[in-house]
Design a protein around this ligand. Structure first.
Ligand SMILES: [Fe+2]
Length: 586
């Protein structure tokens, strides 16, 4: 599965980033090596309202609403955003920020965050803003720019990866590539970025979770203050003693579009840019795999006395599968049905952390829960593209529709296993795929963590790609060491007939998507280019060679997704609104 690497240099990448269809903000492009800003010069403490970790998310309508969020070392006095049109010196509006705080359930540290929800913006327009408070020690206050989304069918660019971590290598799974990954986002100047879960692995550093989040937020700021970064939760956002699903750190820091489901705000949501509906899901709710916060032992995890929380015994994991009681899947179906009956929506792109189609050997693999609960809906409503993280590599599937029955094998017994293997509608890797005929799955867990998992499965018997699949919950089991527990790997394998391309040369990269709305009644397309950071792996699993973080992102592959515009579907009357979901083999 080795592939030739493009000779495209980063300089060429940057030059190429100015192509057609770009609607990037006019904000400053970060300089490599300075992506992680220093903390404010003030000494910190209860009276320090200096903004840090500044980041943007879309409001309910990305063409007219943006939220500015940040944190400060202590409570801020009159936290606010001053807003003006880009290029004007004097801001025109003041937007007060809402304070949200929480006390970390493990170390007892209080975190102060602020959220200014800006509405009434003009579409496709550049704005300048300043973030400040009466007790802001920075001078001048932090300032940046952003651009709102276009309205109606329009060209735009977005980028994506997951599994970012922080550049502070004193934290578990943090790695220097994390800073270069943020700089890579900025270099492509997308309208926005999708961050596919496992943001910073604070749960793996349980006694210092707020510090890890702070390094994450300050690393991201050099891009996320200039354009929306839209996240989804991963297994590592699940933290002990931080809320019913462990998401308090995540939910406090982000203000995300409202899903309208009482009790579950922020965990999943959708937003619309141009003719694309983006759906952000929390796969923690439907997967079999147990991979949230975990105490392996032999020591218990003992929260600070101030929290009042009891010690957490070895062998304890925070397993939240099924937490919404079906509410998320019901919301997903409503959202998909509505989108596919909307003549102004062409594309449906889903973002989630865990994976239906991964053949990583050293990582997690695929999960039957997603295949059972969500893939039938993706078939019925023609979801075009699914973006994942979780495995720290790059893998692209062929377009898939329906399932192959009993295509898997139980690892323990060798018996046939019902893995609901997604059925590729073609295995001809032409580089152009009509996603109205099948969903393409893309694993881009290639952000910046210290665990490069770009080693892929192989069925030695037939030489085909092989995927591990979780078909059961891998709850903790004792090891041979007394008091120490582990969570088993996936329980089944299958030949990964759906796997089209795997990057065996590095586990680091960024996917860049250029949406072309096409012409009325015609086809629309998305050109996808994966850029990878050759040599960034701490150890290359293919060669054993040691590597180091690198700012050089070069092209790995380009392919194009196409589909008929929905105005064409309705105009001809000959193409069904939803093609029936064929299910070969059941
Ligand atoms: Fe993960």
């Amino acid at each position: 599965m080795a592939h030739d690497d493009s000779s495209l240099t980063r300089r060429k990448v940057l030059a190429g980033a100015g192509g057609a269809g770009l609607l990037a903000a006019a904000g400053p492009v970060s300089v490599l090596g300075s992506a992680r800003p220093a903390r404010a010069a003030s000494a910190g403490g209860a009276s320090d309202g200096t903004p840090e970790q500044i980041h943007l998310t879309w409001g309910a309508d990305p063409a007219s609403s943006v939220t500015v969020s940040w944190a400060s070392p202590g409570p801020a006095a009159r936290p606010r955003v001053l807003l003006g049109r880009a290029g004007r010196v004097v801001p025109g509006r003041t937007i007060p920020a809402v304070q949200r705080g929480y006390t970390d359930g493990i170390n007892g540290e209080t975190v102060w965050t602020y959220h200014a929800q800006i509405t009434g913006l003009a579409p496709d327009t550049g704005y300048a803003y300043t973030v400040t408070a009466d007790n802001d020690a920075s001078s001048p206050p932090f300032a940046a720019t952003f651009r709102t989304a276009p309205r109606g069918r329009a060209a735009f660019r977005f980028t994506s990866f997951g599994d970012l971590a922080t550049p502070n290598t004193q934290w578990v799974l943090s790695y220097g590539q994390s800073a270069y990954a943020v700089a890579a986002v900025e270099s492509f100047r997308p309208l926005f970025h999708l961050l596919n879960g496992d943001l910073c692995y604070a749960d793996l550093n349980p006694t210092v979770q707020p510090e890890v989040w702070r390094d994450f937020g300050n690393n991201n700021q050099s891009s996320a203050a200039n354009r929306a970064w839209m996240p989804c939760p991963g297994n590592h956002e699940v933290e002990f003693d931080n809320g019913p699903q462990g998401f308090t750190s995540y939910l406090t820091r982000y203000t995300l579009p409202d899903n309208g489901v009482p009790g579950f705000r922020g965990r999943w949501y959708s937003f619309r840019v141009g003719s694309v509906l983006f759906i952000s899901l929390d796969a923690d709710d439907v997967i079999y795999q147990d991979a949230g916060a975990f105490v392996a032992g032999p020591a218990a995890l003992t929260p600070a006395a101030s929290t009042g929380n009891p010690p957490i015994a070895p062998g304890t994991s925070f397993y939240i599968s099924g937490y919404s009681g079906g509410a998320q899947t019901a919301w997903l179906e409503r959202t998909l049905r509505s989108a596919r009956s909307d003549p102004s929506v062409d594309w449906i792109i889903a973002q989630m952390h865990q994976i239906a189609c991964s053949s990583s050997a050293t990582g997690n693999g695929s999960d039957l829960g997603i295949r059972q609960q969500w893939l039938p809906l993706f078939d019925r409503y023609q979801v075009d593209l699914v973006l994942n993280g979780h495995d720290h590599d790059y893998e692209r599937s062929f377009p898939c529709r329906g399932f192959d029955s009993m295509a898997g094998t139980e690892v323990a017994t060798g018996a046939p296993a019902a893995t609901l293997r997604p059925h590729p509608v073609t295995t001809d890797d032409t580089g152009v795929f009509d996603t109205s005929r099948g969903t393409v799955h893309l694993v881009v867990g290639c952000g910046g963590t210290d665990a490069n998992l770009d080693d892929y499965g192989l069925d030695k018997a037939d030489g085909l790609a092989q995927a591990k699949v979780f078909t059961r919950a891998n709850r903790p089991v004792p090891t041979s060491t007394p008091g120490v527990f582990t969570r088993p790997a996936a329980d089944a394998v299958e030949d990964a007939t759906w796997s089209a391309r795997r990057d065996t040369s590095t586990g680091y990269g960024i996917a860049v998507f250029d949406v072309d709305p096409g012409e009325p009644g015609g086809m629309t397309s998305i050109r996808v280019t994966q850029y990878h950071a050759l040599g960034a792996d701490p150890v290359n699993p293919a060669t054993g060679e040691p590597g180091a973080p690198t700012p050089d992102y070069t092209e790995f592959e380009t392919f194009t997704l196409i589909r008929p515009r929905s105005d064409r579907l309705r105009g001809t009357g000959t193409v069904p609104r939803h093609a029936p979901a064929s299910a070969p083999g059941g």
